[in-house]
Design a protein around this ligand. Structure first.
Ligand code: OGA
Ligand code: NI
Length: 378
């Protein structure tokens, strides 16, 4: 090899290294400057241009014990799917009330289909939320807590300071007429579309709670004045470069009576059953219903409020709408009298819901403002 050839070879090698290090720097800066929402498409486009696997930025790395373990193991989707339109439940011969009772005891989770919520209502809600999360000006309003309005965040933290892989929008929903005007007004249709969604969820949740009354042997209308759709919490999970190292939401239980989640056709929600994480699965046009802490108390522990979490997808963006049906803040929550007797003594202390919310920071660190707004309302 001539000395010219050697020089050219060394120069080529240096250029290759230089480009590679610039690229690392670019990836790093884009991840530092932006949350999951905008950083990923950039990183993925770089990854296509260069033969390097995209890396999850270290701010999203969870500590070992918080990471989703065994993500590649087969985890069955065995959460019961209950058909509310038929006298018998899907895949079984038991009545819906009985099926709800069984699922609430065994899993603390079930899905409902043929629930009566028009598809247009759920599609419109998902579309308007997609538009909201895709708004270019959203960063400007980040962390602006409106006393009784709404909160948008793209950086929830774990207790050791790692970021979670989600954006979240929360707002109060009750009383609806008063709340609706405090919600985001961009996209322009947001208030109208989400108000229509909440009205339908109110109807569906009342129907489910009435079936729960029947199943538990509580008098009809037991939850009539003590269950309102109080809070909407919408989540946006962009595709994640490495789902094994992070989570959309950490393992938690809901501080509600029940929570209804609409997730379109995108799976990601998992529930803990007998020490194993199982997929809730995405059933077209279904609502996921999960038992919150307050209903566990009222049922005197017959129902279980289970740990659940959200794993991310390497390919898909996922949007979910969680609506929390809560008791009024001044309501005293305790085991229902008919479920307490000599052989089954009360397992929970009576406590005002307000006290529970306050004491447990029930809706997360970022939502202290919303909690305070709720508390000062009662
Ligand atoms: C929640 C929740 C599940 C989901 O918001 O409390 O558990 O699928 N959401 O996003
Ligand atoms: Ni939850």
């Amino acid at each position: 090899m001539s000395s010219i050839q050697i020089l050219l070879f060394v120069f080529g090698l240096l250029m290759f290294k230089y480009k590679k290090s610039r690229m690392h720097r670019f990836v790093f800066l884009s991840a530092m400057a932006e949350g999951p929402h905008v950083a990923i498409p950039l990183r993925l486009s770089i990854a296509t241009a260069w033969p390097l696997k995209p890396k999850l930025h270290r701010v999203y790395l969870l500590i070992q014990e918080d990471r989703p373990q065994n993500l590649d193991d087969p985890v069955c989707d065995s959460i019961p799917v209950i058909d509310l339109a038929k006298p018998t439940a899907v895949h079984s011969h038991i009545q819906p009330v009985e099926a709800i009772l069984k699922a609430s005891k065994e899993f603390g989770f079930f899905q409902v289909i043929n629930h009566g919520v028009p598809e247009k209502i759920t599609t419109d809600a998902m579309n308007v939320l997609k538009e909201f999360f895709n708004l270019p000006s959203k960063e400007a309003i980040e962390y602006v807590p409106h006393t009784k309005g709404w909160i948008h965040t793209s950086s929830d933290y774990t207790k050791v300071g790692a970021h979670l892989w989600r954006e979240n929008l929360k707002h109060l929903c009750y009383p609806l007429e008063e709340c609706v005007q405090l919600w985001p007004n961009k996209p322009a249709r947001y208030q109208e579309v989400i108000a229509a969604y909440i009205l339908e969820i109110q109807k569906l949740s009342s129907r489910i709670l009435e079936m729960i009354c029947e199943g538990l042997g509580l008098e009809p209308g037991y939850f009539k004045d003590t269950s309102e759709v109080q809070l909407l919490s919408s989540n946006f999970y962009p595709p994640c470069p490495d789902p094994s190292l992070t989570l959309g939401i950490l393992a938690h239980q809901d501080p509600s009576l029940i929570t209804l989640v609409y997730q379109g056709n995108s799976p990601g929600l998992q529930a803990l059953k007998d020490g194993h994480w199982i997929n809730v699965g995405a059933v077209p046009n279904a609502f996921v219903v999960n038992i919150g802490n307050q209903l566990e108390i009222i049922s005197n522990g017959k129902f279980r409020s289970m740990d659940h979490r959200v794993v991310t997808s390497p390919h898909e963006t996922r949007i979910s709408i969680a609506t929390l049906v809560n008791p009024p803040l001044d309501c005293i929550v305790e085991p229902a009298k008919v479920l307490v007797n000599e052989s089954e003594p009360s397992r929970y202390q009576a406590r005002q819901y307000k006290e529970y919310v306050h004491h447990n920071k029930a809706f997360g660190d970022h939502t202290v403002t919303i909690q305070n707004a709720m508390i000062s309302e009662s």
